[in-house]
Design a protein around this ligand. Structure first.
Ligand code: 5GP
Length: 120
């Protein structure tokens, strides 16, 4: 079962403007900003504006407009960064086994290098 949403998590604070971020994109449904500890030349986090802990509650509870808006925002950021060609990588960590550290759904967008192994 998904834990209840914790409004004190770091991404909730960023969404409320209580903590700064290096914003790359924002719309009604999503916010995208640079990861504070980049693991690739381009490492952007895209988060939904709604209060979703992970993929499961987002998929189960988000409205269709939210889901479509979020998915399109990820695509928009990738295009804006010039990534569709040569390619990039998306990653979502979920829960304990997924090593999710921040309990607000986030898609990692990695680019600017050739990737090899899928799991590191
Ligand atoms: P997770 O392991 O939960 O999938 O990824 C969390 C990511 O959030 C990590 O890549 C970490 O560097 C990033 N992160 C943690 N705290 C902050 C922060 O305060 N600001 C930003 N921009 N990124 C953060």
């Amino acid at each position: 079962a998904t834990a209840p949403y914790d409004d004190t998590n770091i991404f909730a604070q960023i969404l409320r403007g209580e903590l700064p971020c290096k914003k790359v994109y924002e719309d009604e449904f999503a916010l995208a900003f640079h990861d504070i500890a980049p693991q690739a030349p381009i490492h952007i986090l895209v988060i939904p504006k709604g209060r979703y802990v992970g993929w499961d509650d987002f998929a189960a509870k988000a409205g269709e407009a939210e889901i479509v808006g979020f998915v399109r925002a990820v695509g928009h950021v990738a295009r804006e960064q010039g990534l569709p060609t040569p390619g990039y990588r998306l990653l979502v960590n979920v829960g304990q086994h997924g090593h999710q550290m921040v309990p607000h759904l986030h898609v990692h967008l990695f680019g600017g290098q050739q990737f090899h192994h899928m799991l590191v």
